[in-house]
Structures are given as C-alpha cells and as structure tokens.
Design a protein around this ligand. Structure first.
Ligand SMILES: [Fe+2]
Ligand SMILES: [Fe+2]
Length: 312
C-alpha cells in the first residue's frame, strides 16, 4: 500500500466510554427476539421450484425478479454499516449497536435467500436455463442501485431521525412483501417470504420505538426535511423499477413490467406491476397517518397520489 493511502485511513476514535447501561429495554427485547428467531437461508429446500413445470421464459423472468430483490436487500447493508459506525463513534447504548448489527446481518440474510431463490428458479430438472444476475442488465439500474443509499441524505438528518425515516421505507416495502408472500405458490418461496417478513416486522418495530421517543422533540425544519427525504427517495429511486416500474424509461418499463407480470402469474413471489401502485398508495397513506400526529408532513407524490389538481 502506498504511504499516501495510509495517511487517508481514518484513525479509530477514542473508544471510551464504552457504554454498558441499557437505555432502551424495548430495543433490547427486539435483540433477544432476533436471537430466538434466527434462521438459515441455506436450510430452505428449493427443490419444489426446480421440479415444477415452469416454461423457460418464466424461469428467466423469475430469476431476474429475484436478482433485483437480492440487489435491493444488499442495498440495505452499506446503509446499516454507516449507521453502525455512527452508533459506535457517538457512544450509543449497547442495545442500539446490537440492533443495528442485527439489522445488517438480517438484510444480508434476505439478500442470500433472494439469490438462492433466483438460482433455484433458474434451474429445471434438466439443468440451468437462467441464473442469479450479479450485475443488472439495464444501464439505468446500474445507476439506480448504487444511488439507493446516498450518505449525504443520511448525514443531513440527525442519527435517530434518520433511523426512523428508514423505517418508513421498511413499512412500504413490507406491504409489497406481504403481497409477494400471498402471491407465492411454492412452499419454499412462501417460507422464505414469511421469514423475511418476520425480520422486517422487527425493523419496523425498532423505528416505531425511535419515533415515539424522538419525533416529538424534533424542530419543525427537521420534520419538513424528513418528509422531503422520504419523497425524494421514493421518486428518485424506489419508483424506478425497485418498488414499482412506474418511473422507468418507456422501453424498460414494458420489458421489466412484462417479466414481473410473468413471475407473478406463475406464483413466484412477485407483485404484478398493475397492483404495485395501489399497494404503495395504501401503504403511504398509512405512513402519513402514523407520522401526522408528530407533525411530519409527507409531500404530495404524483406517481402515487395522482396529479395535483389546479384550484378551481
Ligand atoms: Fe430486508
Ligand atoms: Fe429491513
């Protein structure tokens, strides 16, 4: 390694005080649940999917779909890593550090189960017809996925406010995941979706605890900022093929939409593009109801709320 590179390495901050007092017993409860409810993606038997009579074209569509799910889940890990670093350097209580560590390993577990599903869907009894795709085929996706987590947006918010905002997205994606669980016609995929949902429920619970504790005391400007961050992330990346296909470039919207529709028609644990907006709109309204009492406004999102009508 060049000496100049060594100089750039951030030195570890003074680690003391290393806090061992518990401040958030409810968060600790989530940590003990995480231990009790740990599961292993490698232990799920996907042979039902491999044995099934599924046309090659559908297998390709399903492998693409679950590759996207895998990239998405992986996208949560750099976000988590940054938050863990923040929690350590700001000397948060141990249960906060533990919860964030659990979050990272759980998101990585969701990533793993997703690429395992993609691989299984890509196989039929004769061999491989498709595979997990480590890199998105479409250019726009190669741009969108790395932007999914923008540390500048996170750093604009206070630590706990940022954690709470992330939870709002977990809530939205949880609603989509529920629909995918309901869509899954294979025991193995259904089981995987159920276990992912069970982890996500804890992530949402964590955010609710944090919101109750911190949202009341945030200054008004920060509440407005939070609402804007939610809108920006939704419109800028999540509606670009991640949560829904609505903001994709025309051609790609048709191609990706058709593949999602195929995967959902065959019960591979996908959402049909025609139902995604409805699910998200309902979920967003729920989120608005939840953050409304704290005075956090979520701006109008035309893709979900419809165009703004001019005043008569
Ligand atoms: Fe996840
Ligand atoms: Fe999550």
């Amino acid at each position: 390694m060049q000496p100049s590179m060594l100089e750039e390495i951030v030195q570890n901050p003074n680690p003391y005080p290393i806090v061992a007092d518990m401040e958030y017993p409810e968060v600790w409860r989530l940590c003990t649940q995480a231990r009790e409810l740990a599961w292993d993606p490698a232990a799920i038997d996907f042979s039902d999917v491999i044995r099934a009579d599924i046309p090659d074209e559908v297998r390709k569509a399903g492998a693409e779909w679950w590759s996207l799910r895998a990239w998405m889940e992986h996208g949560a890990t750099p976000y988590g890593a940054e938050r863990l670093r923040d929690a350590i350097t700001t000397h948060q209580p141990f249960e906060i550090k533990q919860q964030i560590t659990n979050f990272i390993s759980e998101e990585l577990r969701h990533h793993e189960v997703s690429f395992r599903i993609a691989k299984a869907i890509g196989m039929n009894s004769k061999g491989k017809v498709a595979d997990y795709e480590p890199t998105p085929r479409a250019d726009y996706f190669q741009m969108i996925i790395p932007k999914f987590h923008d540390e500048r947006d996170e750093k604009a918010m206070s630590f706990f406010a940022g954690l709470a905002v992330n939870t709002l997205f977990e809530q939205l994606s949880g609603e989509l995941l529920t629909a995918r669980y309901e869509n899954a016609r294979f025991d193995s995929i259904k089981e995987a979706c159920k276990l992912v949902l069970r982890d996500e429920a804890r992530h949402v619970q964590f955010g609710r605890i944090i919101m109750r504790r911190f949202f009341e005391s945030l200054p008004k400007e920060e509440k407005v900022l939070l609402g804007n961050k939610v809108s920006k992330k939704l419109r800028g990346s999540l509606l670009n093929g991640v949560y829904a296909v609505v903001n994709l470039p025309d051609e790609e919207r048709k191609r990706a939409g058709r593949n999602r529709a195929l995967a959902s028609d065959y019960g591979l644990g996908a959402t049909h593009p025609d139902e995604e907006i409805g699910i998200l709109k309902k979920a967003l309204d729920k989120v608005r109801e939840e953050v409304g009492p704290y005075g956090v406004p979520i701006p109008h999102i035309p893709e979900l709320d419809g165009p703004v009508r001019a005043a008569a």
